[in-house]
Design a binder for this molecule. Structure first.
Ligand code: BLA
Length: 515
């Protein structure tokens, strides 16, 4: 049979999620011209949600009062006159419209439009006092001793308490783009995803980009029928309206399918932004449809910001401690490194420090055509070939990998005690190298569903579909060592400067002798 056609996962990246042209069902949208009380677009469900026979088509160019009545329109305009409104969504008021339910009215500007989201809410006006109590309770639970997991756990317990979602998680993006669940709190009956991995394509690139701007998103019911904007295009630009900030933005059908497959028709996700990057998400699920009001979402968004700041300072402190530790080892090593005439002997004298400093189990020094091995390493001739490969394939100040086997095609050089390599050239002229080895650490990854199946389950016309099962799927990862941190590499380069000085002094001494 023919092999499975190669599917292009980058298709997920091209789903136009900022301009879906429609909104979700739990509210309606009215976009006014930025500078006039004149409707540019309205969502088709306006008649249904306001209990009137309003036709979105007929509202184009009309004043807001024709869409929501005089009373609500006066209220909205009074607030608009009072508040400065930019791209971030602001709460205007809660109002009833005609005979219908109450609506929270939320406003922001984008694309030359003043966009109003009307969210259907129970008959009760918003009370933002909640926000203060909630944040201060969270802060009072934190301590300086908390690590990132502790901080995350405190945050999700508060959020779960406040929103009553059935499952609340902190999901962290790894450096490879995949992500894992770092903390979780769930009700009985919910499957646990704690410590499970999810592949990068579950949250594609443009979605991550959007979540830097819009920091909280609610999907109350993944079974909703999207409601089109009428007319379909922004009359000012002639292009689809950018709904990046709209709280009602309709969600990618692929992601809605994903939620239904997961058995979670309701979700809320909150961005965790650390040092300007999307570090992770607080992801909330519910097995039934579930709406959360804007005021509660605002409280969750604030809590996520506080959490992100605490994570940032925790990571800074941890990084500082690691660097301090490395610096101490480096100073210890240098103080013992003698400046004797025999360079190789002086390095051999500090073997334990040399290994400990890089967290390595083996090392090699290639100098003046002599190859010296320290600790646990592959055999001499293999190490020589490895260094040859590095010389031919890397040209920077340093070379490092946590899985040499993935880079180097020569299977004879894939050794269990040398999965990780950190190499620094000691000379630009000669083939002088110092190399550290880290052994393989076999890892078992618990994926939430087999990530490779998604590729095989392509639906019709090569359309990618999310995987159907999220049941734990174990994968054993071999051939990888513990990763090298940026600080490991930087300190190794500092050691190199010190070594170069010794080499230089030695060369001068040899030259002086020859004179
Ligand atoms: C969006 N995917 C998302 C979002 C999450 C996930 C959280 C953001 C939804 C939101 O903002 O409310 C995935 N949900 C997860 C993960 C966990 C979770 C990892 O709870 C872990 C605990 N998805 C696929 C495939 C594609 C895809 C194969 O599985 C593409 C072909 C696409 N996911 C996809 C798209 C979005 C998305 C396009 C953006 C949805 C939107 O905001 O419109």
């Amino acid at each position: 049979t023919d092999p499975q056609p190669e599917l292009d996962l980058s298709r997920c990246d091209s789903e136009p999620i900022r301009i879906p042209g429609s909104v979700q069902q739990h509210g309606f949208l009215v976009a006014l011209h930025d500078d006039a009380d004149k409707i540019a677009q309205a969502s088709a469900n306006i008649g249904e949600l306001t209990g009137t026979a309003l036709d979105a088509e007929a509202l184009s160019g009309r004043p807001l009062s024709e869409a929501i009545g005089d009373h609500a329109s006066r209220l909205v305009h009074a607030e608009l006159a009072r508040l400065a409104i930019g791209q971030q969504v602001i709460y205007l008021c809660t109002t009833s419209i005609g005979e219908s339910d109450c609506f929270d009215v939320l406003a922001h500007r984008n694309d030359g439009l003043l966009i109003l989201d009307f969210e259907q809410v129970p008959r009760k006006s918003a009370d933002f006092r909640l926000l203060y109590t909630f944040i201060s309770r969270f802060l009072s639970r934190l301590s300086d001793k908390d690590d990132v997991e502790d901080l995350s756990r405190h945050a999700i317990e508060e959020i779960k308490d406040l929103t009553r979602f059935g499952r609340v998680m902190v999901y962290r993006f790894d450096s490879d783009g995949h992500g894992h669940v770092l903390a979780e709190s769930c009700d009985p009956g919910y499957a646990t995803y704690l410590n499970h991995r999810f592949p990068a394509s579950d949250v594609p690139r443009q979605a991550r980009e959007l979540y830097l701007h819009n920091r909280i998103r609610l999907i109350p019911d993944a079974h909703y029928q999207p409601s089109r904007l009428v007319p379909g295009l922004n009359p000012l630009s002639g292009a689809p309206t950018d709904l990046t900030y709209s709280t009602l933005r309709s969600v990618s059908p692929i992601h809605l399918q994903y939620m239904r497959n997961m058995g979670t028709p309701a979700s809320m996700s909150v961005s965790l932004i650390v040092k300007g990057k999307l570090w992770g998400l607080i992801s909330c699920h519910h097995a039934e449809p579930r709406f959360v009001s804007f005021e509660t979402r605002a409280a969750c968004e604030h809590l996520a910001q506080v959490l992100a700041l605490r994570i940032e300072s925790r990571e800074d402190v941890d990084e500082y401690d690691i660097r301090l530790d490395l610096r101490r080892s480096l100073v210890g090593l240098l103080s013992k490194l003698s400046r004797g005439p025999n360079f190789i002997e002086s390095v051999r004298a500090v073997e334990p420090e040399l290994l400990r400093f890089a967290g390595a189990t083996g090392a090699a020094l290639l100098f003046d055509d002599r190859l010296e091995l320290f600790g646990d390493t592959p055999p001499q001739e293999d190490v020589a070939k490895m260094i040859e490969w590095i010389g031919a394939n890397s040209h920077g100040d340093s070379f490092h990998t946590d899985s040499f086997g993935k880079l180097c095609p020569d299977a004879a050089l894939h050794a269990r005690n040398a999965s990780g390599l950190l190499a620094i050239p000691l000379s630009r002229l000669h083939r002088h190298y110092l190399v550290w080895f880290r052994p393989e650490t076999v890892q078992t990854i618990d994926w939430a569903g087999n990530p490779h199946l998604k590729v095989m389950q392509a639906g019709f016309a090569g359309q990618l579909t999310p995987r159907k099962s999220f049941e734990t799927w174990h994968e054993e990862v071999r051939g990888c060592s513990l990763p090298w941190r940026a600080s490991d590499v930087e300190t190794a380069l500092e050691l190199r400067s010190a070594l170069l000085e010794i080499v230089l002094e030695r060369a001068e001494a040899v030259a002086a002798l020859a004179e």
